[in-house]
Ligand binder design. Structure first.
Ligand code: NDP
Length: 253
């Protein structure tokens, strides 16, 4: 690789698995890692057409990508997705645990089945994907979780269940660095603030509440979260591990 190529494509020769890569933040991360030179596998659950479009866009730009149907709430499906990524690309250098859902409500009204589904997707999905991926992750590997600024600042009620799951990921992140550091693998969590996606559209009900709290005066864009993920995935972030990297437009400042 020439110096120029290393600068333009810092992830050249690397492989990435992005969970929940069919839409919104996950799709932006997949596109960005592919633009940086990585071969990218994305998982999806409910949006096969959008997943195919992400793959087509990456291929049209000269990159390599595959889409894998895998419900993050199914440990078997998640393990199979890692296996498929390794079969297709040879390893998993970068894992981005992005897939997430936001069920909730007032604490005395949350349905137990919603609690179980949130744990399955937002916590078990992260644990299983990480455990399986690191079995195939060489030195120089990267585990990057997508957390939430809600772990730092509870801006409104009804989000206790969501915050519980993201807090679990934050704790997982902290201790995992000790397991994986000696192997040359970093582990970090990116905490987005309010970001314009299907989950939390700019102009939607949540934005009415949190919009005025944005220090920079606007919602984030999925691409802005993807830039931070790309830095952590790249060679220049080799000394960053165990970090909670906040990308929230000053929402929790
Ligand atoms: P969206 O709901 O807009 O997109 C979610 C993505 O995850 C989709 O690609 C979806 O794919 C996938 N997904 C959802 N459930 C599953 C599942 N069970 N299995 C596999 N894939 C799944 O969410 P965002 O992009 O907004 O959020 C992405 C991450 O960022 C989440 O972890 C979220 O908690 C976090 N976050 C978001 C913030 C925001 O303001 N938007 C702020 C802070 C954190 P499909 O349709 O194919 O199921």
């Amino acid at each position: 690789m020439s110096n120029n190529e290393a600068t333009l494509k810092p992830l050249s020769g690397k492989t990435a698995l992005v969970t929940g890569g069919s839409r919104s933040i996950g799709a932006a991360v997949a596109r960005r890692l592919a633009a940086d030179g990585a071969a990218v596998a994305i998982t999806y659950s409910a949006s096969p057409d959008k997943a195919r479009q992400v793959v087509a866009d990456i291929e049209a730009a000269g990159g390599r990508a595959i889409a894998i149907e895998a419900d993050a709430g199914s440990p078997e499906a998640v393990r199979a997705a890692v296996t498929r990524t390794v079969t297709a690309f040879g390893a998993v250098d970068i894992l981005v645990n992005n897939a997430g859902i936001a069920l909730g409500g007032p604490i005395d009204e949350i349905r137990f089945e919603d609690y179980e589904r949130m744990i399955a997707v937002n916590v078990t999905g992260v644990f299983v994907a990480t455990q399986e991926a690191v079995r195939h992750m060489p030195s120089g590997g990267r585990v990057i979780h997508i957390g939430s600024s809600m772990t730092r600042y509870a801006a409104f009620p009804t989000a206790s269940l969501y915050t519980l799951t993201k807090g679990a990921v934050t704790g997982f992140n902290r201790s995992l660095v000790r397991d994986l550091g000696p192997r040359g693998i970093t582990v970090n969590t990116v905490h987005p603030g309010p970001t314009d996606t299907d989950m939390n559209p700019d102009g939607g009900p949540v934005s009415q509440i949190v919009g005025p709290g944005m220090a920079i005066g606007r919602y984030g864009k999925p691409e802005e979260v993807a830039h931070v993920v790309a830095f952590l995935a790249g060679p220049q972030a080799a000394f960053v591990t165990g970090a909670d990297v906040v990308a929230d437009g000053g929402f929790t400042a």
